[in-house]
Design a protein around this ligand. Structure first.
Ligand code: ATP
Length: 200
C-alpha cells in the first residue's frame, strides 16, 4: 500500500482545510518547534483507527479537535482523510485498488469512519491498514523518540513491531474474534442442551 495524500480539517493545530501530497519514497517532515509536525503523524495514525487518546497526546479523543486560540473559536469537529494505492495483493478487487478512508469526530458524538464512501467500523479500518503492514503502530511511521523506543524495547514489544511490519497483526484480531464467536456458540449449545433435557 502506498499512501499518497492526506487531508485534514479541524485536526489539532490544522484548523483550516489542509492537503498534503505524499510522494514516493521516504518522507520527512521538518519545521520550527510547535509548527505541527507531530500533529501530522498523529493525524495519519488517527485516521488508521488509533483508539488511545494517550498516544495522541490527549486526555480524551475529543482533544484532537481544534481547541481554539485567543483569536479563533474552537471547532466542533475534526476530519482526516487518507488516500492510498493498494497493491494488487491487498485489494479485494480492482475497484478497491484506490483507497480513501475518512475519520470524523464531532463533539459529543464520537468517531465515524468511511472507506471508499461506505460507512465502516473502526475495527474494519484498523484491519485494512494492519493487513497492508501500514497500521497505526507501523514502523513505517517514525515519530520523535521512536528510534530510542525501538532500541530500548522489550523482546515482546519488538515482536509486536515485527508482526506489524510483516502485516500479520490483523490475524491476532481475527483470532480473538473467532474465539469469541466460538465461546458464544458453545454457550448457545449448552443452553440448548438444557432446554432439550427439560423437554424430555
Ligand atoms: P516540536 O518540534 O516541538 O516537537 P511539532 O512541530 O512536532 O513540535 P506539534 O507537537 O505537532 O509540533 O504541534 C504542537 C502545536 O499544536 C502546539 O502549538 C499546540 O498548541 C497545537 N495543538 C495541539 N493540539 C491542539 C488542539 N486540539 N487545538 C489547537 N491546537 C493544538
Amino acid at each position: 500500500m502506498r499512501i499518497n495524500r492526506l487531508k485534514l480539517v479541524g485536526f489539532k493545530s490544522f484548523v483550516e482545510p489542509a492537503e498534503l501530497k505524499i510522494e514516493t519514497g521516504l518522507t520527512g517532515i521538518v519545521g520550527p518547534n510547535g509548527c505541527g509536525k507531530s500533529n501530522l503523524l498523529e493525524a495519519i495514525r488517527w485516521v488508521m483507527g488509533e483508539s488511545s487518546p494517550k498516544s495522541m497526546r490527549g486526555a480524551g479523543m475529543e482533544d484532537v479537535i481544534f481547541a481554539g486560540t485567543a483569536s479563533r473559536p474552537p471547532r466542533d469537529f475534526a476530519e482526516v482523510t487518507i488516500s492510498a494505492e493498494r497493491g494488487f495483493d491487498d485489494a479485494a478487487n480492482d475497484e478497491d485498488h484506490e483507497l480513501e478512508v475518512t475519520r470524523r469526530i464531532e463533539r459529543g458524538a464520537g468517531s465515524a469512519y468511511r472507506s471508499n464512501g461506505r460507512d465502516v467500523r473502526a475495527k474494519d479500518v484498523a484491519l485494512i491498514f494492519a493487513d497492508a503492514a501500514t497500521g497505526a503502530h507501523s514502523p513505517a511511521l517514525v515519530s520523535q523518540g521512536r528510534i530510542g523506543a525501538i532500541i530500548s524495547a522489550k523482546p515482546q514489544e519488538r515482536r509486536q513491531m515485527l508482526e506489524e511490519a510483516a502485516g500479520i497483526s490483523g490475524l491476532h484480531v481475527r483470532r480473538k474474534d473467532a474465539e469469541q464467536k466460538l465461546r458464544a456458540a458453545e454457550t448457545n449449545l449448552s443452553r440448548l442442551a438444557t432446554i432439550l433435557a427439560d423437554m424430555d
